[in-house]
Design a protein around this ligand. Structure first.
Ligand code: UDP
Length: 345
């Protein structure tokens, strides 16, 4: 691992910034490619501050043909060993309203990155996929051999990219691919210096709770309390973003050690579920703030319960989520309370 050179596409974002910290800590050199459409250059300063090493930056849009040659040149000049690919649009609701935008950003960004890696002779890629590729077709816990059937365009871009990378690895044995299927990433770096900074009103549970706790939003809506779960609210597999980031480093290490791994999918989750009411309770304890909430109707498209079987990643990557729900809440709160407006002043 030490001294590997890794491109981090989307490296200024929520997950990408945590991946950069773990890469620098592991002794790697990183080149971030980001267009800052949903991220801030401040994250990069803070990565250096936390990890004690710089990351290089190429400000460019992987999905914009006008930037393609500049990206290829910069990637070749960096002489990478591989890439972590987290560049793309990621809002489920927006993808339903603007499907063509999602397809025409997430797929071309991948093509450009793959082409640049080919030209740099660095055929190793760890892709930021999502457990959303499974849709609602499987019994819990979900394993990687489960059926896929994403229920929105965002999720379909994740599945299509996985399939494209699989085809690539089938066509050319030099390609090494990990498709990492994230469950529900939450929390922040324990330093409180980097974390999730959603644009506008958050859709996801943790950022919403955190903004209620800090007083930026008045009240949380709990979407349904009549699910067949232990307290009637939806159950998800929340994973600390630092554990998730460590999974990327483990995936790079795994791919670099294997001669011809092909394309392998891994669930990154804890393997246990937490209900909405349990999450509220834990956040309340961590923040020592009141979290007003009301029970609201179910949200369209939500399922009752969804959690991972992470045993393939545990066994093959030698990786395991180690942080508790209390850690996720404490770290999320440290970030939110120290940076009530995210990276904006
Ligand atoms: N949820 C909620 N209120 C919110 C946002 C989410 O009750 O304002 C619930 C949602 O119904 C689900 C869980 O929290 O049961 C996690 O939702 P999130 O959007 O964070 O993740 P996903 O649905 O993609 O797993």
């Amino acid at each position: 691992m030490n001294s590997m050179r890794i491109i981090v596409a989307g490296g200024a974002g929520y997950i990408g910034s945590h991946v950069c910290v773990e890469l620098v800590k592991a002794g790697c050199k990183a080149l971030v490619i980001d267009n800052f459409v949903n991220s801030s250059p401040k994250a990069l300063e803070r990565i250096s501050e936390i990890a004690g090493g710089d990351v290089e930056l190429l400000e460019a849009d992987l999905a914009d043909p006008a930037d393609t040659q500049r990206i290829i040149d910069a990637v070749k000049a960096f002489r990478p060993d591989g890439a972590v690919h987290l560049a793309g649009l990621k809002a489920v609701g927006e993808s339903v309203a603007e499907p063509v935008m999602y397809y025409s950003v997430n797929l071309p960004a991948t093509f450009t990155l793959v082409r640049a890696l080919e030209e740099a002779n660095a055929r190793l890629i760890v892709f930021s996929s999502s457990a959303t590729v499974y849709g609602a077709l499987n019994e819990n816990p979900i394993d990687e051999d489960g059926a896929t059937g994403p229920t929105n365009p965002y999720g379909r871009t994740k599945l299509f990219i996985e399939e494209i990378l699989k085809d690539l690895a089938l066509a050319d044995k030099r390609w090494k691919v990990c498709n990492l299927r994230y469950f529900n990433p939450v929390g922040a770096h324990p330093s409180g210096r980097i974390g999730e900074d959603p644009n506008g009103i958050p859709n996801n549970l943790f950022p919403f709770i955190a903004q209620v706790a800090v007083g930026r939003l008045p009240k949380l809506k709990v979407f349904g309390d009549d699910y067949p779960t232990r307290d009637g609210t939806g159950v998800r597999d929340y994973i600390h973003v630092v554990d998730l980031a460590a999974g990327h480093v483990a995936a790079i290490d795994y791919l670099s050690r294997k001669a011809t791994p092909g394309a392998v999918a891994f669930n990154l989750g804890t393997g246990s579920g937490v209900s909405v009411l349990e999450a509220i309770g834990a956040f309340k304890r961590a923040s020592n703030r009141d979290i007003p909430y009301e029970i609201a109707p179910r949200r369209d498209g939500d399922i009752a319960e969804f959690f991972a079987n992470p045993s393939r990643a545990n066994a093959e990557l030698g990786w395991k989520a180690t942080k508790s729900l209390a850690d996720m809440c404490a770290d999320h709160w440290r970030w939110q309370s120290g940076n009530p407006n995210g990276y904006r002043d």
